[in-house]
Design a protein around this ligand. Structure first.
Ligand code: HEC
Ligand code: HEC
Ligand code: HEC
Ligand code: HEC
Length: 108
């Protein structure tokens, strides 16, 4: 009776049945996570780590068009913290939401 014949009422309820720690509640939610896990993940598999639909920063920039960080002087992928390593996730590591009192920007 559900969309895509899932055995739970929604996509997120399907995911929570195994990934229970992602259900929250968290102090600082990241809106797309609460809304729909498959906005960022392909649950059937992907060529990217963590079964992501895209890698950071492109994943993030689909919604955060300009990250607007005042101190971003050098824009060289692979060289600075914004493009190298885990890119945006170098700093915004709590991407599924944060329980830290000062975690509003998902950094702790
Ligand atoms: C029946 C249980 C089950 C359900 C339902 C489930 N998963 Fe998983 N998922 C797993 C298991 C088991 C792993 C592997 C965990 C490991 O390797 O440590 C996993 C791994 C993952 C990973 C990590 C992959 C990686 O490379 O680290 C992601 C992302 C993920 N699942 C997303 C989802 C999403 C999104 C949904 C809902 C559409 C979902 N899962 C539903 C059991 C489930
Ligand atoms: C805004 C995009 C986004 C959404 C929406 C999202 N995730 Fe993720 N997820 C990520 C990113 C990015 C990583 C990789 C994190 C890293 O490498 O540090 C990840 C990693 C994971 C992993 C593997 C590592 C871990 O934290 O356990 C699982 C499992 C997972 N996600 C499950 C889920 C589930 C379940 C949902 C829905 C409740 C969800 N994700 C929604 C972006 C997202
Ligand atoms: C599907 C759209 C979408 C994607 C993809 C997405 N986000 Fe978000 N993000 C949002 C929305 C919506 C909010 C809530 C904005 C608000 O409340 O003003 C948000 C909030 C945030 C915040 C908190 C900002 C604040 O002002 O409170 C950070 C940090 C953030 N996202 C980082 C990321 C990173 C890093 C990625 C990639 C791993 C990512 N987002 C992917 C939609 C998205
Ligand atoms: C070097 C660490 C670092 C990296 C890498 C980083 N950010 Fe941030 N980000 C921050 C800090 C610190 C803040 C808080 C700024 C403030 O409060 O004024 C922030 C704030 C934000 C916000 C909140 C809104 C705003 O503009 O104040 C969003 C959205 C965001 N970052 C998205 C991203 C995205 C998308 C990426 C990848 C392209 C990224 N960040 C990479 C450190 C980083």
């Amino acid at each position: 009776m559900t969309e895509s014949a899932l055995n739970k009422p929604s996509i997120n309820d399907t995911c929570y049945s195994c990934h229970a720690e992602k259900r929250g509640p968290v102090l600082w939610e990241h809106a797309p996570v609460t809304e729909n896990c498959v906005t960022c993940h392909n649950p059937h598999g992907s060529v990217n780590e963590s079964m992501l639909t895209h890698r950071a920063p492109q994943l993030c920039q689909q919604c955060h068009a300009d990250d607007g960080h005042a101190s971003r002087v050098v824009q060289q992928p692979g060289v600075d913290a914004f493009g190298g390593g885990k890119s945006c996730l170098n700093c915004h590591s709590q991407i599924h939401g944060s329980n830290h009192p000062a975690g509003s920007t998902l950094q702790r």
